[in-house]
Every structure is written in C-alpha cells, then in structure tokens.
Ligand binder design. Sequence first.
Ligand code: CO
Ligand code: CO
Length: 341
Amino acid sequence: MVRLTSLVNTSGCAAKLSPKDLDSVLSGIPLMRCDGLLEGFEHSDDALVYDMGNGSVLIETVDFFPPMVDDPFMFGQIAAANALSDIYAMGGEPKLAMNLMCFPHCLDLSVMKEILLGGIDKVREAGAVIAGGHTISDREPKYGLSVTGFAKKDEVWYNRGLKEGDVIILTKKIGVGVVNTAAKVDEAGSDSMRDAIASMTTLNKRARDAARDLSVHAATDVTGFSLLGHLREMAKSSEKTVELEYHLVPQIDGALELAKFGFLPEGAYNNREFISPDVAFFSDIKREEEDILFDPQTSGGLLLSMDKEDAEIFLSRMKGTPASIIAEVKERGEKLIEVLP
Ligand code: CO
Ligand code: CO
C-alpha cells in the first residue's frame, strides 16, 4: 500500500504559495468588479461575497491541497472541513459544494473513492450537498472543494472591523503543521497525531453557530498563513494593533516540543519572512514559541473579534472545546501585532 503522504512534497495548507510570492503576483493583477460584488480579493478575505438583492448574499470559496495523513477517508474529511471553513469564517451557512480531485495513476481507484466518501461525510455534517466536481490525473494527489454558502447581508463577517477594546477568540489549537511535518518521518507521537487529526476534522460550524447572534466585529479562519499571518490581515485591514498573549494560545499536544526539535514546514519560514516586520516580540518569547505562531495550519479554527461580554457568552457556549480569548485590540501602534509572553 502506497503511503499517501509519501507522494507529496508539502501537505495541507502548508502547500500554499508563500505569502510574499502571492502578494507580488496579485499586486500586478487587475481587480475585476461587477454590480453586487461586495468582497473580492483586495482585502485577502476568506471568500467572495455577492449581494443577491433580496437581503441575502451568496458566499463562494475554493480550497484544495495535497494529503497530510495516509488514511484516504480522513484526508477527505480534513480537506472538506478546511474548504467549508471559509464559509463559516464569513458567518455563512454552506449549501452547495463541488469536488476538485487530482489523482495519480500509481494509486488504486479505491483510494479516490475513500477520499470522496470522507468529503461527503463532512459536507453532510455541515448540512450541505456535493453536486458535481472535476478530476485531473496528476503526479501528486490533491483534493478539496468549491463551496457556495449563504448569509443575511447584514450578518456577514469580514476580516476587517476590529474595534478598540475587543477581545479576539481562537476556537481551535495551533501546531498541526509542525505535527504533520514530524509525522512524515514518523516522529510525531500518537497523542500529538490524535490531537491534530481531531482538530483538523472538526467543522467550524459549532463556532459559527455559537457566535451568530453575537456582535462579531471581524472574523477569519487560521490556515496556511499561520496565526500571526491571519491576525496581521485583520489588524492591517482594520488599522488597529493586536496584542497577543502567547500563554493563552491553545496548542496541539507536544507541538512545541516538536518545533523545538526543528520539525517546521517550509511554510513556517516563508510566513516568518513575510510577517515578522509587522510583529514586535517581547524579548522573553522563545524561538520555538515564535515558530508555533508562524506554523501554517490546515483546517484551523476561527478568529472572532467581539466585546468582552459577548466573548463570555460565546465561551460558555463553546465549553469542552479549546476556544479561548488570546488577544486584545488596541489603537494602531508602531507594529500591527505585539506578542507578550
Ligand atoms: Co480562510
Ligand atoms: Co481558503
């Protein structure tokens, strides 16, 4: 049996193009506009938003990547949970999805079937349907979805809109990129693997549902550009400074240890290079602690900015999950992010 992860160089959202390269390409691409388009790619938001003119908006996104686990069903679950997440990150409800599949000749077709079944499992849990797709023969396997969701126009969450005095909540642990990197060479312990897989296969549906009637001022999800990268996008587009308290950030079991041993995906280095000019680290933050904050996440949690009272209500609804307040919003200072121990 061929190991899925042995066929790929980088996996999950760590396979994203570096933020620096993406930035340089997109800055030379004309912005396309049409009536009704409320959100394109100019604010690096999670999905496009289209006003349907009846009080509702259509939200559309696409995400696919190479496998980070060898179990094909589980890979399908993770890729689907990750793709659905961008709809939740906009406050929307996913309804329709299509498969995107790249598949190598060297693998048995039953593997493809398992991946697709894993995808269906999570899309069904989300209350949406898969109604089509596209398949390509490729050297590396890759899978994901395009997803269409809906929301009321005045209930959409954008990644901009942080308010001074808000707290920022993260709803999942970070460190899955480090664990996946160690797992490729069989160095991740079984506790770390279990914790990472549980996190990656969890839908952000519960978090979105728990925050829907609260006054969320800004939201996004944490994926390939790391916790600091996605916080930076929120801070930048809101013209605020985010004060992150490192010790409050929930982490995958053993991830910090693995980071200390140097199991860092290439994306972590790219993220550090691009993001660190906008970050002030307090002097007693250790190198591996910084590394975890730059670690690319696959199917990471939501970042939600709201006032303190609403945050308490949200956290009481999220009992039993890793959801925690990790940061506070300040007026724009010298750097976009300050990291305290
Ligand atoms: Co996103
Ligand atoms: Co995405």
